[in-house]
Design a protein around this ligand. Sequence first.
Ligand code: FCB
Length: 455
Amino acid sequence: MLNQVSPDSLPLRRSDFAPEFRWGCATSAYQIEGACREGARGESIWDRFCSLPGHVRDGSSGAVACDHFHRWREDFDLAAALGVGAYRFSIAWPRIFPNGAGTANPAGLDFYSQLVDGMLERGLEPWATLYHWDLPQALQDRGGWNDAATIAGFTEFAAAVSRRLGDRVKHWITHNEPWCTAFLGHYDGTHAPGIRDWRTALQVCHNVLLSHGAAIPVLRANASRARVGISLSLHPHVSASASEADRAATRRYDGLRNRWFLDPLYGRGYPSDILELCGADAPRIGANDLAVIATPTDFLGVNYYFPETIAHERGHGPLSVRVIDRPGAERTALGWEVSPDGLVNLLARVWRDYRPDEIHITENGSSYDDVVAPDGSIADVQRRDYLVRHLHAVRASIGAGVPVKGYFAWTLMDNFEWAEGYTRRFGLVHVDFATQRRQLKRSGEWYRDFLRAGS
Ligand code: FCB
């Protein structure tokens, strides 16, 4: 039981992991780049979403963010100083196709080409995510992910980027957390493009998965020896009680959160219990679609943050479920339950049920309210402990036979946290957004010392 364990009581060394284990950190374009009008970049759905009142907690946007567009050298120096060997980043589609289609923008391609060179010069292996939520607004205006034409747009985007970077980038992630794209963006409406429609969300979800499968051969054709995967936000689920109603609700919620993605990706089609619940709202599924979605990948990216406790509640949402706060649970400042055991359970389940060739934890991290001491230091002990305890969980999972081959801490530096704006900090590096000054936090120091000690 890692949930109860104090990280100080258990030793953890880099040498507990295989020498080839990938240690990394992750970022995403819209959250850090800023410079949203430079380099002939087009408007993204997040620019538009942020410009409308009430969408982002502090009324902010990613227009400047960490100004990484101009400061990437310093940021890569920081990542290299942590001692990570891999860096996960995403490519802003509106930098490559400002209007969603047509000819790829040379300035956008040059920018990422330079970034990749900058990573390689510093010993950072590039892991590129194609879609981390920033669709060109021009495509949204034509229907966005609800329109099948966006699937073709995505494969063009994948082609343009991999043609240019495929000689140097060998690790590709098609999509980041399609659940969020589909359901936060099109059912909850709390993410761009802010649509609230169940049927649309289901069709979007299908189109996103389809675009994943369609892009894989394109990536493989343009990047020799490419390793391709997808990053899913997965959650272990706990029933609020032992009642049959709550247990059935838990299965339904797991059905949409986890199985709805894993089942089709691993060749089983959509789970029939959830399809049935969707009824007439179910997505239109073309004859070859499921085969395309099940195109084999080289790894599964698991983004893990928290478990969810589920109760039955008739009429609450299309699944009649409510996600409740487990009483007494430890939580981060954002309210997310802290559970390293949840990661162990989740990985065991994914391995048991789907047998991916390799798993990489492509995101894991925590938000706490950091305090900058008068001497400028940030003693984010809780974030450090979260990191240590989750690495214990990864080690335990590997010990149990799960092929976890890499870990990417979310995130290198504080950034624009979507609907939470700049009110939530997840970084190993603190960013003062008024001055753009970066300062390594205690958690980052721990990660650096851990990585150094074993190298
Ligand atoms: C994930 C997102 C990432 C970041 C973290 C905190 O869902 O992929 O961009 O916002 O949550």
